[in-house]
Design a protein around this ligand. Structure first.
Ligand code: PAP
Length: 335
């Protein structure tokens, strides 16, 4: 990838200018493929569908992000449980500074998990400078990303926690989310579903996203932890212990006996977090895909497994299952 110097606060002036910048930073020298996406035109940026603004931001992160060896990256395809993973990881990693037992003043009670663990590519980094936001965070940093593995900044070698989710629940969650955050979002669900099955969804295809991190996990299991939302729902305490070991802050026997693991699970549960004023009524300074301030409540809907049963016809479910099965065949990954 060519190293391109961009002004971090440069404002886009037009599609042609964007296109030439994107081309100079992607591995493609041909015009980027475009397609009518969920709420705007999507571009296929090095095999990954996203809107133009996201592509600009990803490009900038790839060129400018300064990784540290002791960073831990929490990576997800959107709507796979990012908020939950951020909360759990923050609570576990910081539990000596911020005890979770009798956690009257815990930061998770007054701040969104997305403010405690920022994304590297969001808010869009060609508009909101990257360095100022991320360089100031003391080590070891917990950072989030929706970027697929093959688009991560080339020098990233840190540990990664990846969380995936049943794709049928992901498409439902994504559609509801877009309805909340994008003004004038009007795509009907059937159309969104067809785009998703076709691989055209934000940071899609979802199977490529899963496989990129899965293959890295198979190659380097000690560096890339691969988790599943449904398994985490079934056994949150077991996953909290596993996460703590991976983050190199395992629970001591005394902590286990004192119920600290269960306290982390409780503090980070959907029921607890979604009812806090900060997550139910605060409009964050953070902005979303259309640059409007977002309510923190958009990250909390139902927090259930198999909610897709309330929305997908049997035919739709079979169609998506078949597409996923075909794409994951031979990888060893099952969902
Ligand atoms: P993001 O990828 O846009 O950052 P993400 O947190 O992955 O958001 O997506 C939100 C989903 O996680 C929602 O799922 P749903 O639409 O199926 O309900 C949300 O309810 C769920 N979620 C948020 N917090 C929690 C939590 N603490 N435990 C379990 N699920 C959660």
């Amino acid at each position: 990838m060519a190293q391109v110097e961009l002004e971090a606060d440069s404002v886009l002036t037009g599609e042609e200018e964007d296109e030439s910048l994107l081309l100079s930073m992607s591995s493609s020298s041909n015009k980027l493929q475009t397609r009518e996406g969920w709420w705007t035109t999507f571009v296929l940026y090095d095999g990954c569908w996203m809107d133009r603004q996201a592509a600009m931001s990803v490009s900038l992160v790839r060129a400018q992000f300064v990784p540290r060896d002791d960073d831990v990256l929490l990576a997800t395809y959107p709507k796979c449980g990012t908020t939950w993973l951020k909360a759990l990881s923050f609570a576990i990693a910081n539990r000596h500074r911020h005890p979770v037992v009798s956690a009257g003043h815990h930061p998770l009670l007054t701040q969104s998990p997305h403010d405690l663990v920022p994304f590297i590519e969001l808010p869009f980094r060609h508009i909101h400078p990257l360095a100022a936001a991320l360089d100031a965070i003391p080590s070891p940093r917990l950072l989030g990303t929706h970027m697929p593995h093959h688009l991560l900044p080339p020098r990233i070698g840190c540990r990664i926690v990846y969380l995936c989710r049943e794709p049928k629940d992901v498409v439902i969650s994504t559609w509801h989310f877009m309805n909340k955050v994008i003004e004038g979002f009007s795509i009907d669900f059937d159309k969104a579903f067809e785009l998703f099955v076709d691989g055209c969804s934000p940071f899609g295809p979802i199977w490529n996203h899963y496989l990129g991190y899965w293959n890295k996990h198979v190659e380097e299991p000690d560096r890339v932890l691969f988790l599943k939302y449904d398994d985490m729902m079934a056994d949150p305490a077991g996953h909290v212990k596993k996460l703590a070991e991976f983050l190199r802050v395992p629970f001591t026997d005394d902590e286990v006996d004192a119920g600290v693991v269960e306290e982390v699970v409780r503090l980070c549960s959907f029921e607890k977090l979604s009812r806090l004023p900060v997550n139910s009524s605060v409009v964050a300074g953070r902005v979303g895909v259309d640059e409007r301030p977002m309510k923190n409540s958009v990250f909390f809907r139902k927090g259930k497994v198999r909610d897709w049963k309330n929305y997908l016809t049997e035919e739709m479910a079979k169609k998506l299952d078949a597409a996923i099965e075909e794409k994951l065949k031979g990888s060893g990954l099952t969902l």
